[in-house]
Design a protein around this ligand. Structure first.
Ligand SMILES: C[S@@+](CC[C@H](N)C(=O)[O-])C[C@H]1O[C@@H](n2cnc3c(N)ncnc32)[C@H](O)[C@@H]1O
Length: 426
């Protein structure tokens, strides 16, 4: 018997034609329709089976341990190059000052504010208030400029004060802060920024605050930003802003040998979206992690940075067992120095020297960075472009292009603009 009900949404009444009885039974396959009795379920099957689709099992779930807090695990085996997480920012992210005039402050794309973005900002009362208030505060602070972290903290303060209980603000407050175990030098640096955030917040308000935030409130926010904010980078990994992404911040732990990498998706009229993709095949039950820091350094240096900047002692497998695979300190220093030198040579338009410098640093990059590191992909592509431009070593240029495509299509996905550019270069 045909059921005319087109809707597959879970309704609380029986799905069988004409029946309005309460429905305690659910279709065990699609879990989308309900029935009052086995009899009505049987009678409806002929109509329902065409639309009965088993929903895909979730890729991941959140687990908890006393030492790590919340962490993300794969709910089934996940192949390499799968997007596990994709989310918009919790609070409008902030552009770094030096890039601000070149980028749209709403969607972050590399062009002036788009009329379509501005109309979207106007349509959102909260964002309009952010923008107007920040223009007032920036004017009052001239010739100084507040750092992006302070601007972001003030955006959080505007949403958290006065405390409103459940809502976007309590989501922010559910982020970990590590303030109790913070080193005193980091704490005093954050305390200074917390004081500046309150000043910026007060300058950016139209009227006096209903509840004045205290220094400890502001410090709690700065500590959460320090612990959880993502540096938003463009597809060439140049930092362009700072943002809070709630799901990633509350579930994805650090590993020095990560199973995922993060990147940002820029679309006009939308703030930058964070995506995390697997860079290896991940078996069911294994942790899904990403790296909070540059992984190229030796174990001792990475652990020291995680402790001083993020206030935790890293318990990842690479720290426990991987020290013998470390790049030497001199290899890492070579990579760091080569990166700066190549950029300087490019800025001076000395492309041939830049090509040779990068070419000779490639083995050190390959040793210091993990196999699917986006940074490695970017350096390989840069080397390809420089060699082709100088018409030198074209076989090596082709190899670099191929390797860059392999790495970046896993890390960023086939839809990424840079990946498309690399493919088109073939
Ligand atoms: C961005 S949060 C990640 C989610 C966090 N586990 C939670 O429950 O909210 C970062 C915090 O998680 C913990 N954490 C992350 N990675 C870790 C690791 N490799 N070893 C030890 N603790 C880690 C630290 O407490 C760190 O401050």
């Amino acid at each position: 018997m045909a059921s005319p009900m087109a809707s597959q949404s879970v309704s609380s009444v029986c799905n069988y034609l004409g029946c309005t009885e309460p429905a305690p039974l659910k279709c065990s396959r699609c879990k989308q329709v309900k029935y009052c009795s086995k009899d009505h379920q049987r009678r409806d099957w002929k109509a329902h089976k065409a639309r009965c689709v088993v929903p895909p099992a979730p890729l991941s779930s959140v687990a908890h341990s006393p030492s790590l807090g919340r962490y993300l695990v794969s709910a089934r085996s996940i192949p390499q190059a799968t997007t596990v997480l994709s989310e918009p920012p919790l609070i409008p992210p902030v552009l770094h000052d030096r890039e601000a005039p070149l980028r749209c402050p709403y969607c972050f794309s590399a062009s002036p504010p788009h009329p379509s973005c501005l109309s979207k900002v106007k349509a959102s009362e909260e964002l309009r208030q952010d923008r107007e208030g920040e223009a007032r505060a920036n004017e009052a602070l001239k010739p100084h400029r507040a750092p992006p972290t302070v601007v972001l903290a003030a955006r959080v303060l505007r949403r958290v004060f006065p405390p409103r209980g459940e809502g976007g603000d309590s989501k922010f407050m559910s982020l970990t802060s590590n303030v109790e175990v913070m080193e005193s030098s980091l704490k005093s640096k954050l305390r200074e920024m917390a004081a500046l955030s309150i000043r910026y917040y007060n300058l950016s308000r139209a009227g006096p605050p209903i509840v004045e935030p205290g220094l400890d409130d502001s410090l709690g926010i700065l500590a959460r930003i320090n612990q959880n904010a993502f540096t938003i980078a463009d597809s060439e990994l140049q930092p362009i802003g700072i943002g809070i992404y709630h799901q990633a911040a509350t579930t994805v732990n650090h590993s020095c040998s990560p199973t995922m990498v993060s990147s940002f998706v820029f679309r006009e009229t939308e703030p930058p979206q964070l995506q995390m993709r697997t860079i290896v095949n991940v078996e069911a039950g294994l942790e899904l992690s990403n790296s909070y820091i540059d992984t190229g350094r030796c174990t001792v240096d990475r652990r020291a940075e995680l402790l001083s900047s993020y206030c935790f002692s890293c318990s990842c497998a690479a720290c426990k067992y991987g020290a013998r695979h470390d790049a030497s300190a001199s290899q890492y220093a070579e990579v760091a120095a080569a990166g700066l030198r190549v950029q300087q040579l490019i800025d001076e338009q000395r492309f041939e020297e830049a090509a040779l410098t990068l070419k000779s640093a490639l083995p050190a990059y390959e040793k210091a960075l993990f196999a699917k590191s986006p940074n490695l992909g970017i350096q390989l592509y840069k080397c390809c472009k420089l060699l082709e431009y100088c018409e030198k070593d074209l076989q090596l240029a082709a190899d670099c292009r191929r390797k860059a495509e392999e790495i970046l299509s896993v890390a960023f996905g086939e839809d990424d603009a840079l990946v498309k550019e690399i493919k088109a270069r073939f």
